[in-house]
Design a protein around this ligand. Sequence first.
Ligand code: 6PG
Length: 259
Amino acid sequence: MPKDRTILIFENPFTLSNYLLRQWFALAQESIAKNNRFTVALSGGKTPLEFYCKLSGAKEYDQWDQTHVFLTDERFVDSDDEASNGRMLADSLLDYVHIPQENIHPIHTNTGDVSVSAECYEEELIDFYELAIGQIPCFDFLLLGLGEDGHTASLFPGEKHIAEKVRLAVFTETEKFGYQRISLSLPVINQARHIFFIVTGKNKAAIVKKILYDKKEYPARKVMPVKGDITFLLDKDAASDLPYFSSYTHCDEAIRVQY
Ligand code: 6PG
């Protein structure tokens, strides 16, 4: 198993989200001590909701003025649409914490064109990180979900934007994935210091096994940190198709498996 890849299996989403909350606290403290800020890119979808809700009530986290929240991806819908990831994040977390408005970096979808939204997001990243041409932003904490088809963020199988090497944000014009989408590109995702996949539920068991074992090039299999680390946070249901693992150790309320 690659040295920078950890697989943790939890009894249930409750213990999984508790673990992720502690990781958030620890990595925030480390990042703020080092760089005076904590930059995060958060996933859409339903799986992270329990974590977001717990974080919204975590009174012990009082460093929102040094925390900058970006999205890994967005649907090209109005910001108040119930399908909007930005709205989901506001409803489950950001509306309940004292985060300065300027620390929230949504993907703007009121541009009239999905490609323009992707360009605007790229500009936001360049401005925030003060990037020179060719530089790639490095998130301290990047949270990803996993679709049953092996997509992650809004990088879908068969879409040409998976191969993007230069742009920081990409888009899909097709609506076959429900909506046109804007997404961080793979180079940005892979530049992150700490990448977490959060996957729960029996319906994800088959794709989890494929992502960890198959050789097929699913978008989620292309998530490989350049210099950071990657942790798969699975509940028992999502891990239920994994073959017997050679050894395991206990890690908080999880078991850490080696293959
Ligand atoms: C989105 C997400 C997407 C999500 C997966 C898993 O915009 O929908 O970014 O990549 O993480 O589809 O979704 P669930 O957590 O709802 O299963």
